[in-house]
Design a protein around this ligand. Structure first.
Ligand code: C2E
Ligand code: CA
Ligand code: CA
Length: 706
């Protein structure tokens, strides 16, 4: 430790020696500077810088009191102790009042070390206190400077919400004078009425959770600024009730920018209508909300105006914008149930609406063409715009929004092929003209090479348990120009053009690959049923081919099943039986598809080693209205039970159909009532999903999950 620096004002040598000795004997290691007159004393204060001063009271030509006065002036914080021969009570008090730290009488020098120690301690404490006070002051200045310059809103409130402190930025952003805000209730003056309740709730939480983290919420201010607030508890002391510091950030500009980005991302700037992206979202929820009722459908209609480009090129953008605005007005006025209107392309609109079958599509289309075909005036000129219209219907043409829109796009494309104003429904693409058919045929050849075929999967449900017992793989063609095409458009063509084997083997490959992928992802997909054509089934090496394929993909036979139509199975029943038997040896399950539509030879049916009969959807569809269909369905179900062949009813769309089938003893079903065919990516969500028997209004399963 550093030696104590002691300044001793003492004229008597012996006294000085005794004092030094006393201190040393008590272990006080001091570096002593002794002075005897005013000049030396004053100089030592500067040069020696004592930690403590010991002064005699009476000195020749100088006095202790004068020394004290000098110390008061020049070294106020240095402790000063009088060491004196005699000092009356009165003088002693006087010395203390004028600033001496202590006094010790020379005949009681044994008290000196303790007095010195205490004086030094007190001096140290005083010094610490001063230092801390200075530091606190500096800190306060810093905080105030930060608050005053910060671009954040800083407000302190008490437990009742009274504003105790508010920084200039907060007053500026909130648009009210600081003095007016201080003392007011925060949620009454700083937050819009709409957000008052939520803000109080957040603050209540903040007070409750005390020090555990902070709340963050957004509130609009009285003057309409968007503020992101966060809170933290300031103190929870016993004496002082809690206060909260609120820190707000003005996010108004950011929100405006975000809104703009959102607008540009989802809307067409010219018409203010939703763009294709938003339309697709709206269509998705329209499909989910759509309630399946007899004779009721959801139509997507695309309208394009072939003269748009010509008018734009010759007359400029202003005319087009005007025409657009008029068209929007007219189409909006054409009130249809749950109507959606969007601008999905440069030269056209998309509509979606619900309608019933009693209103034929040709009438609906004629209405639209009448509305849009009326002449439009612009700067004295009349414009008449013929249109092309493409339509697709949910859930008949597609079970989901994107393929539905693509189907309508394909139909529009086809309508545009015809030069005249016209309409094509997606369905009519199924009977395309022969030259187009040739083109499609060559495109299908290319599609096979370029992997444009995709599989959709439709669940098969045991209605008693709600369990999925199988998935049927249904092929689709993702056509680059026409959109997603249903198998009805191209299966026959593939068959007649000799592409069916190739197509079939692609389907089996990709179904097996899909099963393997699901398993690798940890799912346990049910048996996947694959449709096979007559030509595939008449190949004798089919069982070996399938066995090799299953080996390649590491799958057992029971991972898949094959569906063969009734008519195909009866073409050469003997050969069919032999192939079936070899497939059954490998555990591959077998179904007769579209059962009831062909003319089965029952003796063969009995001999076929099959697992399932699929009751054709033609019977299911009319089962509630047509007594004959109901009778046929019952007979087929009873026959299945007799032969111990499981019957799966397909095309189940309504609860009524479901009830009748159940009553007849058929518990395995497939149909829109439970789920449309969905892309592979949507299947895992269904694996663990129990399909509850439907009661009440009927909806597509998607709708129920949402
Ligand atoms: P399918 O084997 O009778 O398949 C059932 C068809 O009924 C599917 O049509 C399915 O989407 C539709 N469907 C499902 N639930 C309902 C419902 O509740 N109501 C109605 N009305 N229909 C429903 P999709 O997918 O258009 O397939 C049509 C046909 O194309 C299939 O009839 C099948 O014969 C054939 N097909 C599909 N994929 C393949 C394949 O990979 N290979 C072969 N050879 N043929 C296939
Ligand atoms: Ca089938
Ligand atoms: Ca079928």
């Amino acid at each position: 430790m550093k030696a104590l620096r002691l300044l001793m004002l003492e004229d008597t040598d012996t006294d000085a020696e005794i004092i030094s000795y006393t201190l040393k004997s008590q272990g006080l290691d001091a570096d002593i500077c002794r002075v005897q007159d005013e000049a030396a004393y004053t100089a030592a204060l500067v040069t020696f810088r004592p930690d403590l001063i010991l002064a005699d009271y009476t000195l020749p030509g100088f006095s202790g009191l004068e020394a004290l006065a000098i110390r008061n002036e020049r070294a106020r914080s240095t402790p000063f102790i009088f060491v004196s021969g005699s000092l009356g009570e009165e003088k002693a008090v006087e010395t203390l009042r004028t600033g001496a730290t202590d006094y010790v009488l020379k005949d009681r020098l044994h008290r000196l070390p303790a007095a010195v120690t205490r004086a030094l301690q007190e001096a140290k404490q005083r010094e610490d206190k001063q230092r801390i006070a200075a530091e606190l002051e500096a800190e306060r200045k810093l905080i105030r400077a930060i608050q005053d310059t910060a671009k954040a809103l800083i407000i302190v409130i008490d437990a009742q919400g009274h504003i105790q402190h508010i920084n200039p930025e907060a007053a500026r952003v909130l648009g009210q004078p600081r003095l007016q805000l201080i003392g007011s209730i925060f949620w009454n003056t700083c937050v819009s009425e709409h957000d008052t309740k939520a803000t109080r709730h957040q603050l209540r939480l903040a007070f409750k959770s005390a020090r555990k983290g902070s709340q963050v919420w957004r509130a609009t201010s009285r003057n309409g600024q968007a503020i992101m607030w966060s809170s933290s508890i300031l103190d929870t002391g016993v004496r002082q009730s809690s206060r909260i510091v609120l820190c707000g950030i003005d996010i108004t500009a950011q929100e405006i920018a975000e809104e703009r980005v959102h607008f540009l991302d989802n809307f067409d700037e010219v018409t203010g209508l939703p763009n294709r992206k938003l339309f697709l979202q709206q269509l998705t929820s329209a499909c989910e909300k759509f309630t399946l009722q007899p004779d009721h459908k959801l139509v997507v209609m695309l309208i394009s105006f072939p003269r748009f480009d010509e008018i734009r090129d010759s007359r400029g953008e202003a005319v087009i914008n005007h025409i657009m605005a008029v068209m929007v007005q007219r189409l909006r006025a054409w009130q249809k149930r749950n109507q959606l209107l969007a601008r999905v392309s440069d030269s056209g609109f998309a509509l979606a609406f619900e309608t019933d079958e009693t209103h034929p599509m040709s009438d609906v289309v004629a209405e639209v063409q009448a509305i849009t075909g009326r002449s439009i005036e612009f700067e004295g000129m009349q414009f008449v715009l013929p249109s092309h219209i493409g339509t697709a219907t949910y859930p008949r043409d597609a079970g989901e929004a994107l393929p539905l829109l693509q189907a309508a796009e394909a139909a529009l494309h086809s309508a545009e092929f015809q030069r005249e104003q016209g309409h094509t429904a997606y369905r009519s693409l199924l009977t395309v003209e022969s030259n187009e058919r040739l083109q499609l045929e060559s495109e299908l050849r290319r599609a096979l090479q370029q992997d444009e075929l995709v599989l959709y999967y439709q669940p098969q449900i045991d209605v008693r348990s709600g369990q999925m017992i199988g998935l049927e793989a249904l092929v689709r063609w993702q056509h680059p120009r026409l959109g997603l095409l249903s198998p009805d458009t191209f299966i026959h063509m593939a068959e007649s053009a000799g592409m069916m084997r190739e197509l079939g083997s692609r389907v089996i490959h990709s179904a097996c690959a899909q099963i393997r992928e699901w398993r690798q992802q940890g799912y346990q997909p049910p048996r996947v049923a694959i449709n096979v054509s007559a030509s595939q089934f008449s190949t004798p090496e089919l069982p070996e081919y399938i066995a090799a394929l299953l080996r390649d993909y590491g799958l057992d036979g029971n991972a898949i099943g094959l569906e063969l139509t009734e008519s195909a199975s009866m073409k050469n029943p003997q050969a069919t039986t032999a192939i079936m038997a070899r497939l059954r040896l490998r555990d591959v399950s077998l179904s007769i598809d579209d059962f009831g539509t062909g003319y089965s030879n029952l003796s063969y049916l009995k001999r076929f080693p099959i697992n399932h009969l699929k009751l054709d959807k033609a019977f299911v569809q009319d089962i509630a209205d047509d007594a004959d269909d109901l009778a046929i369905a019952r007979t087929i179900i009873a026959m299945g039970t007799q032969l111990e062949i499981d019957v799966i009813a397909e095309g189940v769309e309504t609860e009524e159909q479901l009830q009748l089938l159940s009553k007849a003893g058929c518990h395995h079903v497939q149909g829109y009532l439970f789920s449309p065919p969905v892309p592979a990516a949507s299947c895992p969500a269904l694996f663990s999903y129990p399909f509850a028997p439907v009661t009440g209004t009927l909806r597509s399963r998607k709708g129920q999950r949402a």
